[in-house]
Design a protein around this ligand. Structure first.
Ligand SMILES: Nc1nc2c(ncn2[C@@H]2O[C@H](COP(=O)(O)OP(=O)(O)OP(=O)(O)O)[C@@H](O)[C@H]2O)c(=O)[nH]1
Ligand SMILES: [Mg+2]
Length: 235
């Protein structure tokens, strides 16, 4: 596979097939998927296997035992994509929050950038218009707070819709990434900045999930703030 779309899943039986169909509709050359399922009780892993059987050579489905966190799923997925020879690796959520129509534009950015961040906070980007004012503020200021803690230049530090050149992941070192939950995305952004990568932001509008359940909780956010502060101190 030339372009690997890495998708971590935990109980996304409803949305994963829709996401895959929408991504395939984008006619991306050399497209492949790496699905990382953590034994979803709703059968997402079996659904992924069934779709993979329909399109031989396009999918790699990793089945891991029990929920091990988003960061750990991405580390495994990135490594698998590299091992499969992918030159461009894109991470995206399974819950349709990240619109597949953005993929071609995002991947094209990698012609001239090491990292392409799909961004809510550049001109043309945004969040679901149905979000309440309060929800928008929490998301916006949470992002500002994390940028301040880590000294990040990238405007959207928390969303997990990004593309990387193969060399980028090789040089930041997947093994070095430590954070498992919400902080993982910011940790990746921090490592890319510290390694001197050229990061560009490409606008998109984040959509609220309409099916399945969020894995986000206040505990995860608080944990991320402590972990990211420690990351900044430690370097
Ligand atoms: N394999 C695996 N996937 C996970 C895990 N936790 C979350 N995911 C997946 O990671 C993606 C992002 O998780 P979400 O629950 O949507 O988190 P979020 O987008 O930050 O939060 P919402 O805005 O509430 O949706 C989804 O595709 C999840 O299914 C996990 O422990 N293991
Ligand atoms: Mg989500």
């Amino acid at each position: 596979m030339e372009v690997a779309i890495v998708v971590p899943t935990y109980n996304e039986a409803e949305t994963l097939p829709v996401l895959i169909a929408q991504v395939r509709d984008q006619n991306i050359e050399g497209l492949g998927f790496v699905i990382v399922d953590d034994g979803s009780p709703d059968g997402t892993g079996d659904i992924a296997d069934a779709i993979a059987d329909e399109y031989p050579g396009v999918f790699i489905v990793l089945h891991r035992e029990g929920k091990q966190g988003l960061g750990s799923a991405y580390r495994a997925g990135f490594q698998t994509a590299l091992d499969a020879g992918a030159e461009r690796i894109v991470e995206m959520d399974a819950d349709l929050s990240h619109p597949p129509e953005v993929l071609n534009g995002l991947i094209c950015e990698l012609d001239h950038a090491h990292v392409a961040v799909a961004s809510r906070y550049v001109s043309g980007g945004g969040v679901d218009p149905d979000w309440s004012w309060g929800r928008q503020q929490i998301s916006y200021w949470g992002n500002v707070g994390i940028r301040m803690i880590l000294g990040l230049k990238v405007k959207d530090a928390t969303a997990g819709f990004k593309g990387f050149r193969r060399k980028t992941l090789e040089s930041i070192g997947i093994d070095r990434l430590r954070l498992s939950g919400f902080g993982f995305q910011a940790e990746v952004a921090y490592r890319c900045q510290k390694a001197g990568m050229n990061v560009v932001e490409h606008p998109y509008v984040f959509m609220e999930r309409t099916a399945g359940k969020s894995k986000m909780s206040l505990g995860i956010v608080v944990e991320a703030f402590f972990q990211l502060s420690w990351l900044r101190i430690r370097g």
